[in-house]
Design a protein around this ligand. Structure first.
Ligand SMILES: C[S@@+](CC[C@H](N)C(=O)[O-])C[C@H]1O[C@@H](n2cnc3c(N)ncnc32)[C@H](O)[C@@H]1O
Length: 232
């Protein structure tokens, strides 16, 4: 009986991945995709993540928090809390308000065990689809950041998401995304990654920092013009 139930669960997951994962991008539904098709997403700090050059992303984020004297930050698409955990561990005693949201309840649940109780309690996590307005007033956070998430936002929502980042940020926006290997708006071969020109979205802000990692990803730090004095 137990074997049959397990088989049913596995085959449901397999079918969902096959059906949702292979559909044309017009049918790419972020909520279904990230909740079911990517339910198996790697929860490891070293392996696949490090291979993608993500260490650089975390170093740049952690150092920005210190250099810019950040006291509050929100992560758009925090997943199972990889970056939040890193930030908590880098600043165990710092007074730092941390918030994270994600479309996938499954990923957020994984954060409980992945981040560890102490770090998990320190951050406020909530389920939210970035296509919708954020439940916070303007300029609520010193820093709004996102890593590997905007590339998964549908073209019809991307401007709203970027505008929400700008609206919530008091000062900084930090992005870690794919490099521009594809034409703007073009989807990658795997159906759920889109290419965007982030500098264009932030042309009314100042680019304070940018770096490419392993010719695959880049970090951008944008700053509101009125606060911009020098590069970090
Ligand atoms: C590649 S993972 C990155 C997770 C995390 N930022 C990190 O660096 O480890 C992409 C994340 O974006 C989330 N996501 C995708 N589309 C979203 C949307 N429309 N609203 C909120 N979260 C979304 C997914 O659930 C997933 O956790």
């Amino acid at each position: 009986m137990a074997g049959l139930l397990r088989w049913k669960k596995v085959s449901r997951k397999y079918l969902l991945r096959k059906v949702i994962g292979n559909r044309d991008f017009l049918d790419y539904d972020p909520k279904k995709f990230w909740t079911y098709a990517r339910e198996d997403i790697q929860v490891d700090e070293g392996g696949s993540d490090a291979k993608l050059g993500n260490e650089g992303k975390r170093k740049a984020l952690v150092s920005l928090i210190d250099k810019a004297g950040i006291k509050s930050a929100i992560e758009f698409g925090c997943g199972f809390g990889l970056n939040l955990k890193q930030v908590c561990e880098a600043y165990p005693n710092k007074k730092l308000e941390l918030v994270g949201c994600d479309i996938s309840r499954v990923q957020l649940e994984k954060a409980k065990t992945f981040m560890g109780e102490k770090n998990y309690k320190r951050a406020k996590l909530f389920e939210h689809d970035l296509a919708n307005k954020m439940p916070y007033p303007d300029s609520s956070f010193d820093l709004v950041y996102s890593c590997g998430v905007l590339m998964h936002v549908l073209p019809k929502h991307i401007e709203n998401v970027v505008n929400e980042m700008k609206r919530l940020s008091k000062d900084y926006v930090y992005l870690y995304e794919r490099t521009n290997r594809y034409e703007e708006g073009e989807r990658h071969e795997n159906n759920f990654v889109f290419n965007y020109d982030y500098c264009k979205f932030f042309n009314d802000w100042k680019l304070a920092f940018s770096r490419e990692f392993q010719k695959k990803h880049f970090v951008y730090i944008f700053r509101k013009k009125e606060f911009f004095d020098k590069s970090i």
